[in-house]
Design a protein around this ligand. Structure first.
Ligand code: GLU
Length: 280
């Protein structure tokens, strides 16, 4: 079975965008040209009748730029303050751009305890379902403003895999500043080979999860992407890691072009989200 050819039949898609794919590297401010393309691509998926959830990073990056920090702050309180400023800015821009296409969007902020607690996990699930039924694009981020170390997912790669499992999505697309998975770090090893498809996410592959992300604006490296892949794939979804430098890659991926690394979903296996949360 050609997995790439079946991507166009996916019904519920979670798309995760890293901070480095949303901001200008020189200043950390939002790249509006890229965001316009992203919103057009997502709305076009909606126009094809697909449910789309966007997991967007960028709150801290945008907030720290707006608050005048020369670089991403390190103190927790500073990061939380920046997230509060940046998340509101981010949503304002998303609302504006989506409204140009008459597409509604909504904000969902989660912490680890949202999914650990049975009642709030169920509440979150119902909210997602209701929003998707209404044709709205939920935009998810970690609730950085209130979450501290013990409550944190750590990064939005893991968060997007949890959301994928929670809403029963059949595809997760992680857009980052890397092309996909290589046999070794391509920055240091010119012999590193690109991996087009992964059918079995075994221990050897998971060990390859060295930090190959070159960016310093987000938090997720290859290790967190592989952790996310293990969760998403176990829940039955296919997952793609691809480069977010040009968001038009979204329709190219859906058309079956061989871009990024595709991880095949493990179908027919028992899956309990709670088993995975303990390992995150
Ligand atoms: N939640 C963080 C933010 O919006 C980003 C986390 C990540 O990049 O993984 O700034």
């Amino acid at each position: 079975m050609d997995l790439r050819e079946h991507l166009k039949d996916k019904k519920r898609i979670v798309i995760k965008i890293g901070s480095s794919s949303l901001t200008h590297p020189e200043t950390g401010a939002l790249n509006l040209t890229k965001m316009e393309v992203l919103i057009r691509e997502i709305t076009d998926l909606r126009n094809q009748g697909k449910d789309v959830v966007l997991v967007s990073s960028g709150a801290i990056a945008v907030g720290s730029q707006a608050a005048g920090f020369p670089k991403r702050p390190e103190r927790t309180e500073e990061k939380q303050a920046c997230a509060a400023i940046g998340q509101a800015r981010l949503m304002m821009i998303y609302q504006k751009l989506f409204s140009e296409y008459n597409q509604s969007c909504a904000q969902i902020l989660m912490t680890k305890s949202t999914v650990q607690n049975n009642l709030s996990r169920l509440n979150a699930y119902h909210t997602f379902e209701e929003l998707l039924k209404l044709g709205v694009v939920p935009i998810v981020n970690e609730n950085d403003t209130v979450s501290t170390y013990e409550m944190k997912f750590g990064d939005n790669d893991r968060l997007s895999a949890i959301v994928t499992a929670l809403v029963g999505a059949d595809l997760l697309i992680l857009l980052s500043d890397i092309d996909g998975l290589f046999t070794d770090d391509p920055h240091t090893n010119p012999e590193a080979e690109f991996i087009d498809e992964v059918h079995e996410l075994d221990e050897d592959l998971l060990k390859m999860g060295k930090d190959t992300s070159s960016s310093n604006v987000g938090t997720g490296g290859m290790a967190s992407k592989l952790t996310a892949a293990r969760l998403a794939v176990s829940s039955g979804a296919d997952m793609i890691i691809a480069n977010g430098k040009d968001f038009r890659i979204l329709h190219r991926l859906m058309n079956g072009e061989h871009l990024g690394t595709l991880f095949a979903g493990a179908s027919g296996k028992d899956f309990y989200l709670m088993d995975y949360l303990e390992k995150l």
